[in-house]
Design a protein around this ligand. Structure first.
Ligand SMILES: [Zn+2]
Ligand SMILES: [Zn+2]
Length: 372
């Protein structure tokens, strides 16, 4: 049988998305309705059905040919072309008969993936940070080394499947007779039975425990970024491969900066006179530095200056960063003294701007005082 990855034309570490894309592309050209070769199409679809599901893919990665060692069906089986792929086709058609979807003769499921949330500040998302997180996972039992059998005892060969881990049955379907292979219900696919269970894990081979995992959060993570720690998820049953640990990053909102992609935005209040005449400000940055920001003369509310490469770093590294956009907000003074008011009135006069003779609040009261 050809390598399934080769059939789909993808690398062994291809993502689920890559596999889906490769299948769609090839399925179009191989489909019998569009003049493709039926055998190639079936082979392609069967390969896709194994690799699209993480569990069956992991089984394939671990055990290779899903017919298993010494696979029972040779070229002379009565099911013709289908027989060669019967396990695959079985999973493709969703398991007619008693076969569970995606079951293979090996039956060894890798451990499940685990997910943990880690909250960081925007400063930490920018610089990167190392965090110790507690992860509650099932881990291989150390007492029995994951076998589930009490120390000093060994599991015996399963009496139901005679150690094969799977049982064969003939299922009738709209496609005719099909030979299907299902995981042995007695031994769960391991081919062995435990007579004396390990007292520590009750024969499960795994124990739940809280483990501290050190996570290196790289610079540039965003809210929702998932980091994958290979093999740090739940331990597999009976010594099967462990799942992966996914660390989901939560970035807390920041008082000053708002993030959009790799760019940062902030709003800066500029007093009216500085907005008119121009000013130099010192703006605190995420890394603790200050950056000089020039407010040009005649700045209006909503005007923006862009500081290049002062945004968030790109997760891909290489020193690339986004930009920082500073949005100015012109502020009118609310606390002018009588002397300042006089100056402003003089300014208005010079500019030919009409202002009412009396102000409000404090100034109305002053006016009352003059009248008295
Ligand atoms: Zn144990
Ligand atoms: Zn069995």
């Amino acid at each position: 049988m050809r390598d399934l990855y080769e059939i789909l034309g993808v690398d062994r570490d291809a993502s689920e998305e890559d596999i889906k894309r490769a299948y769609r592309r090839l399925a179009r050209s191989h489909h019998p309705d569009t003049g493709g070769d039926e055998a190639s199409f079936k082979e392609l679809t069967a390969a896709y059905e194994v690799l699209r599901t993480p569990e069956t893919r992991a089984n394939y990665d671990r055990f290779g040919d899903p017919r298993g060692p010494g696979g029972g069906m040779g070229g002379d089986d009565p099911f013709g072309g289908f027989g060669d792929l019967s396990d695959l086709i079985d999973s493709f058609f969703g398991g007619f008969g008693a076969s569970p979807r995606g079951a293979t003769r090996s039956g060894r499921q890798p451990g499940r993936d685990a997910l943990v949330d880690v909250s960081v500040t925007l400063e930490e998302a920018s610089s990167g940070v190392r965090r110790d997180v507690d992860v509650n996972v099932l881990r291989g039992c150390e007492t029995c080394d994951g076998s589930g059998a009490a120390p000093g005892t060994t599991p015996i060969r399963c009496t139901h499947c005679d150690g094969a881990g799977a049982v064969q049955q003939v299922a009738r379907s709209v496609f005719g007779q099909m030979l299907t292979s299902t995981v042995c219900p007695r031994c769960g696919g391991t081919g062995t039975m435990i007579q004396t269970p390990c007292p520590q894990c009750s024969g499960q081979g795994r124990r739940r425990l809280t483990e501290q995992v050190t996570v290196d959060v790289p610079p540039g993570v965003d809210d929702g970024t998932r980091l994958r720690l290979s093999g740090r998820g739940e331990g597999g049953r009976h010594g099967a491969r462990a799942g992966d640990l996914y660390v989901r990053i939560r970035v807390a909102p920041h008082d000053i900066f708002r993030r959009e992609g790799h760019d940062l935005h902030c709003e800066v209040d500029v007093p009216m006179v500085q907005a008119a005449l121009g000013a130099d400000l010192q703006l605190p940055m995420l890394d603790g530095d200050h950056e000089a920001v020039r407010v040009p003369p005649a700045t209006q509310s909503g005007d923006t200056v862009t500081l290049r490469r002062r945004g968030m770093p790109r997760l891909s590294g290489g020193g690339a960063r986004g930009n920082l956009h500073v949005h100015f907000r012109v502020r009118t003074p609310t606390d002018v003294t009588p002397e300042q008011e006089q100056l402003l009135r003089h300014l208005a006069e010079l500019r030919g701007e009409d202002v009412p003779a009396h102000g409000r609040g404090l100034f109305s009261r002053l006016k009352e005082a003059f009248r008295a």
